[in-house]
Design a protein around this ligand. Sequence first.
Ligand SMILES: [Zn+2]
Ligand SMILES: [Zn+2]
Length: 144
Amino acid sequence: MESVEGLELSPRKVEYLKYILERGCPVRTNDVAREFGVDPSTVTKALAELAGAGYVSHEPYHGVVLSGQGRAYAQFLIKRHRILALAFTQHGLSEDQACTEVSRFESLVSKDAIDRMCHAMGHPNRSGCGVITHDDGCLGHVTD
Ligand SMILES: [Zn+2]
Ligand SMILES: [Zn+2]
């Protein structure tokens, strides 16, 4: 995770990775297609690209699972959403509003920015969307 910028994936792939992490089991193309209301052929292509980049691997007959790298990255994606949502709720938005607004732009915010925000916010434990986790990025490497 050291060299992760946080801007590697498209908004759609961000949602797929978060979904796969939250499912916690091998996920099939049709599961993803149904969840997001997209064509299975689109999902197959996206999952092949995620596999090619090392985020997921295919388990024959079961679907795709996260790699170690993919799991760490998906945890960051979920944290990014929750840190941003929490910041919005601290500035007047309801939890539902914050969740919706953040979903529109979260894929454009870097990991460095999230690490600095988490540090400045005192490493909060949860947002309206769920538990917030911390890693070396937010705990150790922010110096100013
Ligand atoms: Zn949310
Ligand atoms: Zn933190």
